[in-house]
Ligand binder design. Sequence first.
Ligand code: SAM
Length: 296
Amino acid sequence: MQPLSGPSASPLKLDPRAIPPGLHLIATPIGAARDITLRALDVLAGADVLVAEDTRTLKHLMEIHGIPVGGRAMIAYHDHSGDGVIERLLGVLREGKSVAYASEAGTPLISDPGFELVRAVAAAGLPMTAAPGPCAAICALTLSGLPSDRFLFAGFIPSSQSARRTALAEIAQVQATLIFYESPKRLSALLTDMTATLGTGRQAVVCRELTKRFEEVARGTLAELTEEFSERDVKGEVVVLVDRAVPEEVTEEAIAVALDQALLTMRVKDAATFVSQTLGVSRKIAYQIALSRPKD
Ligand code: SAM
């Protein structure tokens, strides 16, 4: 194992060295204040300028961890800040200063502001780094018990029923665990639409109030969770995860039909490769069936 890089000082003390110039994206806790990383605290203690989606929230977090703002500038930046704030921050970065940016909670840019700022800093070729940390989607995935090898982060999907069902239908067949953010008020409607669009039997998980006092992980089929949450007045923050669709079994007849079509324009080998890829079946089996098809 490679030794961990970083300061050799006691890990419980902040690293007093100056923070290098550039934008530092900091992940902040999604509930438990102690989930902040030591590196994020270093950046908050040492950055020349502090930028936050909500400056009061950042100030409060810094107070909890005993980090004074001192005489440093604190600037608000969110989705509606406009180009003026971005230009101002680019100017600060061009002066060779260090800038810390934190969104309201969790990882910036993940259903949170920061994208336009990051894009502008990248386009300007200015230095930028991230101090990674808490993210509700990843925390929920790790607790869910659903497959974690592939996942699709869908974030907040539209809130009107028809747009929500369309959005769900678009990703219904994706072979990955689906992850959604939702407000507690709309949880029941989301589960109802998921049952209607993705089917009643899929395994799903609702993670509520992660890392907080009333943390809850509810598992079941979509039908079971829809019933459970339709009767509850849900409070707090929630992430919903849904298992991937079970791939439909492809019959020998379906493979033969696809092969007959492909063989109209392709040679046996190419037709077998094409059909195996489109239907997700073994190439060897597709090839054997292709060989057995009538020639004309
Ligand atoms: N940037 C954040 C992240 O990295 O997870 C997400 C910000 S987004 C505006 C807020 C949504 O994240 C909430 O509506 C909820 O879906 C989810 N979320 C945030 N904190 C959570 C928590 N402690 N437990 C469950 N879900 C949470």
